[in-house]
Design a protein around this ligand. Structure first.
Ligand SMILES: [Cu+2]
Length: 368
């Protein structure tokens, strides 16, 4: 385990060491005296027992010294605790959501979400932690930084840290949360400022990754397949879906009758790309199949293809009308123009325009 990657980590280690030494010394002292007494006052040696009425100096000593040690331990820990609970005002915000069984990181300022946490070195980071209301308790744990906080469904908790060196660190869930609790891991990557900016740009560009809209006209067109979207659907499926639907899409996951994708029987919304797309947006009411609002449209499209690929029976196919309806309903054509590619710079522009428009709306909405 790393030590000293942040000030909090050092404070915690310091308090831990002190408590360890103090309790170690007490254990040693008490044991030594006890063994000594056992030998010294052995019945074989002295048969007469003397009743000691009191010894003021001795009593004062064993009250005062431990009190001082314990009080000292308290203040050392209290000081560290105070620091842990007070993130600096300029801390960067990352929203952390724990759900069965994955961590998700949202950067509200940049409007991006990711499945790993990336932060710049030497910058205070405040993690706002939560879990969806219909999920269970998780615990966001950064062992190298000695910080841990519960993710409570429907509530927001927080922790903060400031990484003092670059590197990759573990993120664990420290609260047993069901079948795949042990797999609920992620990575915290602490990188240089420049690398962080580059990462953010990359994430934004990914969100605005162009899609060949001509693909919509022909469901068999490869542009509408997962390859061209350049999204790792296997990973997506493994992260979000396999726990219920099984790695092979056979519904072998969580008990609760998740759909077997291999069978073509009794689909509620249907097996067309547009149907699955909608299932992922709305979920299926009164079942464990929730909505996945955090997925980008292209991730939904990729997953829809992935799910369809499990089918062994007859597939329902989209028609021009069903694609048109999908595009219209979710304004897919507004996300990127048909067949047009945009640069990262243009993506940044669109983003800032969006942010400005949003601010203007907010300003209008707040009464003066
Ligand atoms: Cu968990």
């Amino acid at each position: 385990m790393n030590s000293g990657v942040s000030e909090i980590a050092r404070e915690v280690d310091h308090a831990f060491l002190l408590v360890g030494i103090a309790t170690g010394l007490m254990l040693l002292g008490i044991t030594v005296v006890m063994v000594w007494f056992v030998i010294k006052y052995s019945r074989k040696k002295s048969k007469r027992v003397v009743n000691i009425e009191g010894h003021r100096l001795l009593e004062i000593t064993w009250i005062v010294i431990p009190t001082i040690i314990v009080t000292w331990m308290f203040f050392v820990a209290y000081e560290g605790f105070g620091m842990m609970r007070q993130p600096p005002d300029d801390a960067m915000i990352v929203q952390v959501t724990g759900r069965q069984w994955a961590w998700e990181f949202a950067y509200p300022e940049e409007k991006i979400t990711a499945s790993e946490m990336v932060v710049p070195v030497n910058r205070a980071v405040k993690a706002l932690i939560t879990a969806p209301v219909d999920d269970v308790l998780h615990s966001f744990y950064l062992p190298d930084f000695r910080v841990k906080e519960d993710a409570v469904p429907g509530r927001e908790t927080y922790l903060w840290f400031k990484a003092e060196r670059e590197g990759e660190f573990n993120i664990f869930c420290a609260e047993y949360c069901g079948k795949d609790h042990a797999k609920m891991r992620s990575t915290l990557r602490v990188v240089s400022n420049d690398a962080y900016r580059a990462w953010v740009k990359g994430q934004i560009a990914k969100r605005y990754k162009p899609l060949e809209f001509s693909g919509f006209e022909n469901p068999k067109h490869p542009a509408f397949g997962k390859e061209d979207l350049n999204i790792d659907s296997t990973k997506l499926f493994g992260t979000y879906c396999a726990s219920c639907h099984g790695e092979a899409g056979d519904g072998s996951g969580l008990p609760g009758e998740a759909r077997n994708f291999q069978s073509d029987k009794d689909w509620k919304n249907g097996t067309r790309v547009s149907d699955i797309f909608k299932t992922l947006i709305d979920g299926i009411e009164d079942t464990q199949m929730r909505s996945f609002p955090n997925l980008t449209p292209w991730e939904r499209v990729a997953l829809a293809h992935y799910v369809r690929a499990f089918q062994t029976g007859a597939l329902q196919h989209d028609t021009q009308e069903s694609y048109d309806a999908l595009i219209k309903e979710f304004e897919l054509d507004k996300i990127t123009g048909p067949g047009e590619t945009i640069s990262v710079e243009r993506a940044m522009e669109i983003l800032s325009e969006e942010a400005a428009a949003e601010q203007a709306r907010d300003a209008e909405a707040t009464p003066k």
